[in-house]
Design a binder for this molecule. Sequence first.
Ligand SMILES: [Zn+2]
Length: 280
Amino acid sequence: MPELPEVENVGRALRDCLRGKRLDGLQVNYGGVLKPSPRQVRSALVGKRLAEVNRHGKYLILDFIGDPNEDRNEDHAYLMIHLRMTGQFFILDDYIADQHVHLIFDFEGRPVHYRDVRKFGRLELVEDPIRPAAIAHVGPDMLSVRLPEWRERIGHRKAPIKALLLDQKIAAGLGNIYVDESLFLARVHPLARPCDLTPTQLKEVLKRARQVLRLAINHGGTTFMNFTDFHGRPGNFRRKLRVYGRAGQKCRDCSATLEGVRVGGRSSVFCPHCQPNPAR
Ligand SMILES: [Zn+2]
């Protein structure tokens, strides 16, 4: 499943390759991924240029702009993209037939394929380029939330910190892999309750979460599409994982055996020595 680093890299690729280019056409093979309808999406976007690509958590919002009208008002349309489980973009030199390609955007002759094996992804017209109503329930972005706000949102909570970090209503963008890595670096046990942590520990969790996300972004995320064909190659961040997926193996810092625990239905891996359980 694409997480914040993958989504950020998709956004950067779309911005780098397509900003300023005009959308000349939109071929729809399967309209179920478009909201409100293929006809409405096509009529809102075709003829406009891609002006900017924004990201909030795991959502991308494409800002399209039309030619200035007589009143010199700028005519914008915004397309919000949530890749969900298997949504992918491929910016190709040619059209490629594939049963999982549901949309092909034509940017001045450059075909941009939207491929989604599970069809859970959504591309939806929204009214705002930063924080549309459709994601009003989603908390501030993990990379930009300020420490006082983050403390306010999480500091008094009594649920396990692992579950709260995964809760996109508190802050958006952390998935399972990155939560485990962040808690390890912050030396905080996944079952610890934020209300029991010191202000310094809470600050450390946020700092480490950002560090992990930035590192993953710079390494192309844990999976990475090379945008030349449908065969993604694995991002090289996976090699850098300290705890995720390593239960039973040795801690890279202290050589203790890493343990697994389920928190809120999700598997978690931690080091019992580096991240002591506050309840014991
Ligand atoms: Zn350790």
